[in-house]
Design a protein around this ligand. Structure first.
Ligand code: ADE
Length: 225
C-alpha cells in the first residue's frame, strides 16, 4: 500500500478533500493511506509557534527550521521515503509524466509551505524534489499537495472504477482526451456522432484518436511538438 505523509500548518485545509474524493475510495480500498501532520505539534515554543521573522528583514514570516526538522526526523525514523517533496512556485512544473513516476512510490512525503516560505536549510538537507503546480502563487502549498496527491492516487490500479480509465486520460498518450457523450442520443436537436452508436469498435477507436489529435491541434499545439 502506498503511504503519503503531508506536513502543513493548516492540515484542516486538506482534510475534507481527502475524505470526499477518489482518495477516500482508494483509502477505503486499502490502496493508499494518507497522514496529515500539523507542524504546530512539533513546535517547542510556548504558543506552538512555527514561524519567525526573516533574517535580513523584509515582509512576511518564514517557517522555522527547528519544528520542520523535528517533524521530518520523526517521520524519517519510521520509514524510508522515495521522495521528500516541497511544494513551491519555483519548483519543477507538475506534469502527467511525473505523476506516473510518483505513483510507483511506496512512501511519499509532502511539505506545504506557507507565509514567505520555509527556511532554506530544510530544502538543502531534506528535500529531494520541488514541485510547482503552475506559474501562479498560492497562499500555501496545501492545495498544490492535494492536486499532486489526487493525480498520483488515481493512477494506482483499482483506485478508479474502470481499471483502464486512467490510461485513457488526457495527456497519457501526449494527446488531449476526445469528446464523450451519454444518453440521450438526441437532445434539443443536437445529435451524438453516428459512429459512437454504430457498435463498430475499430471505427470508434479511430474516431476517438482522430478527435484527440484535432482537439490537441486546436487547443494545445505545443503538445504535438
Ligand atoms: N505554493 C505556492 N504557490 C505554489 C504553486 N504554484 N505550486 C506549488 N506550491 C505552491
Amino acid at each position: 500500500m502506498m503511504r503519503i505523509d503531508i506536513i502543513s500548518v493548516v492540515p484542516a485545509l486538506m482534510q475534507s478533500f481527502f475524505e470526499h474524493s477518489i482518495c477516500k475510495r482508494a483509502s477505503q480500498a486499502g490502496l493508499v493511506s494518507i497522514h496529515l501532520h500539523d507542524l504546530h505539534d512539533y513546535s517547542s515554543k510556548k504558543f506552538r509557534q512555527v514561524d519567525d521573522y526573516p533574517f535580513g528583514g523584509g515582509a512576511g514570516m518564514v517557517i522555522a527550521v527547528e519544528p520542520l526538522s523535528t517533524c521530518l526526523d520523526h517521520l524519517m525514523a519510521e520509514r524510508t521515503y522515495q521522495d521528500i517533496i516541497f511544494l513551491t512556485p519555483d519548483g519543477q512544473t507538475f506534469q502527467q509524466g511525473l505523476a506516473n513516476q510518483l505513483s510507483l512510490s511506496e512512501n511519499l512525503l509532502f511539505i506545504c509551505g506557507h507565509y514567505k516560505g520555509i527556511d532554506e536549510r530544510i530544502r538543502e538537507k531534506y528535500v529531494t524534489r520541488e514541485i510547482s503546480i503552475g506559474d501562479y502563487v498560492l497562499s500555501g502549498g496545501e492545495i498544490a499537495a492535494a492536486v499532486c496527491a489526487d493525480a498520483i492516487i488515481r493512477l494506482i490500479p483499482g483506485a478508479i472504477g474502470d481499471e483502464s480509465s486512467a490510461l485513457t486520460d488526457s495527456f497519457q498518450d501526449g494527446l488531449l482526451a476526445p469528446p464523450v457523450y451519454t444518453r440521450p442520443a438526441s437532445f434539443k436537436g443536437m445529435d451524438v456522432p453516428e459512429v459512437l452508436l454504430s457498435g463498430h469498435e475499430k471505427k470508434i477507436e479511430a474516431w476517438r484518436h482522430e478527435q484527440s489529435i484535432k482537439r490537441t491541434q486546436d487547443r494545445r499545439p505545443d503538445l504535438l511538438q
